[in-house]
Design a protein around this ligand. Structure first.
Ligand SMILES: [Zn+2]
Ligand SMILES: [Zn+2]
Length: 254
């Protein structure tokens, strides 16, 4: 499996871009960054998107992308998400006020966005890759994912504060090569992290330790760019050698 990190920060400021991963050139996991980095030829290959939650930093790449597909009369994409997420998208984003209702354009039978409701902890397969959503603890309904091709894969917390079920599954799931984990804030901003449904490094370390996962490679993501230096200092102080800062533009092969 090939995972291209299109964006992985908690805000788009300067060159820092927000969350989106492209899997095997065709499947998106979140869509915070898209047309800014992918050529037209690459955009054309995308068939599907899995969406973790409705915060705009995970969705905004869809707007220009869908607009272009509609204008060029190209095929639509399948959007997979849990029921509450699809409902918010249709009521609050594709509502002909914020953006055209691409769940009905150009026609109800063949819309640009074809929604597919997925169920918690049930695997869905797309082009040989399986996605299993797991409920996490953010300020809005959010699912992390287990993503696998064959027996191997990775897990993604999406945006979350301290949570339990995700780590339980991480512990029991086989073939997980790494986990991409929310560390949005430095330790000095623990209060804001709690209020906004995110984590600091020490919260992640505690969970890894509690669930016997301290050996696993971990990539931290969703760093707020204005705190990047402070988070790097937290990481240095932790002396952990299996925890890395995820970088946009990186390609991870599993
Ligand atoms: Zn969020
Ligand atoms: Zn976010």
């Amino acid at each position: 499996m090939k995972v291209d990190v299109l964006g992985c920060y908690g805000a788009s400021i300067g060159n820092y871009r927000t969350t989106a991963f492209l899997i095997n050139d065709t499947i998106l996991l979140d869509a915070g960054t898209l047309t800014e980095v992918l050529s037209y030829e690459k955009l054309k290959k995308i068939t599907s998107a899995f969406i973790t939650h409705t915060h705009i930093d995970h969705l905004k790449g869809l707007f220009p992308f869908l607009d272009e597909r509609a204008a060029l009369k190209e095929d639509g994409i399948k959007v997979y998400a849990a029921g509450p997420i699809l409902k918010i998208m249709s009521q609050n984003l594709f509502n002909n006020l914020i953006w055209p209702d691409f769940m009905k354009i150009p026609s109800e039978e063949k819309p640009i966005v074809r929604p597919f409701e997925i169920e918690l902890e049930r695997e869905v397969e797309v082009a040989g890759v399986t996605f299993k959503p797991v409920l996490v603890s953010h300020t809005v309904y959010t699912t992390g994912f287990v993503v696998k091709e064959g027996r191997r894969g990775f897990m993604f917390t999406s945006d979350t504060g301290e949570t339990e079920r995700f780590w339980e599954i991480a512990k029991s799931e086989e073939g997980i090569e790494f986990i991409i984990v929310d560390v949005s804030f430095p330790e000095t901003r623990r209060d804001i992290a709690r209020l906004s449904g995110h984590m600091t490094l020490s919260m992640v370390l505690k969970s890894l330790d509690n669930y016997g996962l301290s050996h696993l490679p971990v990539y931290i993501y969703h760093i707020k760019p204005f705190f990047i230096e402070e988070i790097k200092e937290d990481l240095q102080r932790s002396k952990k050698e299996n925890i890395f800062i995820l970088e946009q533009g990186k390609t991870i092969e599993i």
